[in-house]
Design a protein around this ligand. Structure first.
Ligand code: TUI
Length: 314
């Protein structure tokens, strides 16, 4: 696993990506992860291209290792951020929450490696046809925008329909999850929630405390009614939003209720008004560490499990 095809392809030491979390994954976090031997990824989220360029510049000041930018395809700024990623010739572009077909040629011509998140076998096949370098199969245990399938069911099915390297995501926050991903056919993992409590993660103290305290049933999916389901911690905001979804409230009012709430959680740490996105693995996150230690610890835990399993499975 350590010497994975994705490591050779990208020139990284460990096959571990840090999820490009909107408002959370800035240049400092991405650089810390890349310096730790993984692939750090800047999250563009709903931000304009100028913000993304600043974060790319910040990351370049902090590391000479490859890192990526995640383009959130529902963003009103997706077009300009897609152009900025190409102009900046970032090593890796990942995408989320949609179909990136129209940008593939732009990124490939700029020399970027393109690694889309896929939530279905149809999307994986399409991405292979359009020249993607790998795909990320993200199950609905993850935080933020979620598809329908679990990691356990999605990853093997994606592996069966593509020859591309498959990175597993969703619910992976420790070495056991890394080993399980390999068993399912993945050659690497993407980890988001565990990095919320990394030293280099610049989110509000209250956000980190909420993640550290989360239990096994500590997250909930909201947003089904408007077609963009997202997983986050069960907080007063999540409870109010769920009640509103099942009420007679018009769609426009519901949309307004969700505007800006992630930024309020990340920057202001407002326990009542903020939307604290996190995956189910928040329950397994119980300490704060440097990003490099998270990567090393997860890989060290996975190694003996994989060695033992190899003997056991034959
Ligand atoms: O994108 C994510 N996670 C995110 S994005 C985000 S910001 C946001 N803000 C408001 C509403 C929604 C999101 C927070 N977290 N993860 C990657 C991901 N992509 N998960 C699932 C998918 C996905 C879903 C459908 C990828 C492709 C897809 O294809 C749709 C199609 O056109 O067939």
């Amino acid at each position: 696993m350590i010497d994975s095809v994705i490591c050779r392809q990208l020139g990284i030491q460990y096959p571990l990506f840090q999820g490009g979390m909107a408002w959370v994954a800035d240049g400092a976090l991405a650089a810390a992860v890349s310096n730790g031997g993984g692939l750090g990824i800047i999250g563009a989220g709903n931000a304009p291209a100028d913000y993304v360029r600043e974060q790319i510049a910040a990351a370049r000041r902090l590391t000479d290792k490859p890192f990526g930018v995640n383009i959130m395809l529902l963003s009103p700024f997706a077009d300009e951020v897609a152009q900025a990623a190409a102009q900046e010739r970032v090593a890796v572009v990942t995408t989320g929450a949609g179909n990136p077909s129209k940008y593939m040629q732009l990124w490939k011509q700029a020399g970027c490696r393109v690694i889309p998140v896929v939530a279905s076998t149809a999307m994986a096949k399409l991405m292979q046809r359009l020249g993607a370098d790998a795909v990320i199969a993200e199950g609905c245990e993850s935080g933020g925008h979620v598809g329908e399938l679990t990691t356990m069911c999605l990853v093997p099915q994606i592996c069966d329909v593509t020859d591309l390297p498959v990175i597993a995501a969703g619910g992976i926050a420790a070495g056991r999850g890394v080993a399980a991903a390999v068993m399912l056919g993945a050659c690497g993992v993407q980890v988001g929630t565990r990095f919320l409590t990394a030293y280099e993660c610049n989110i509000h103290r209250n956000y980190k405390d909420k993640v550290l305290k989360a239990g096994d049933r500590g997250t909930v999916v909201t947003g089904h009614r408007l077609g963009h389901p997202v997983r986050g911690l069960k907080t007063p905001f999540a409870r109010r939003y769920t009640a509103a979804e099942y009420s007679q409230m018009p769609d426009e009012e519901l949309e307004a209720l969700g505007a800006g709430v992630l930024r309020i959680a990340v920057q202001e740490g407002d326990i009542d008004k903020g939307c604290f996105l996190a995956g189910q693995s928040a329950a397994m996150v119980n300490k704060e560490q440097p990003a490099a230690d998270i990567i090393r610890e997860m890989m060290e835990q996975a190694e003996p499990i994989l060695k033992g399993a190899a003997q056991w499975v034959k």
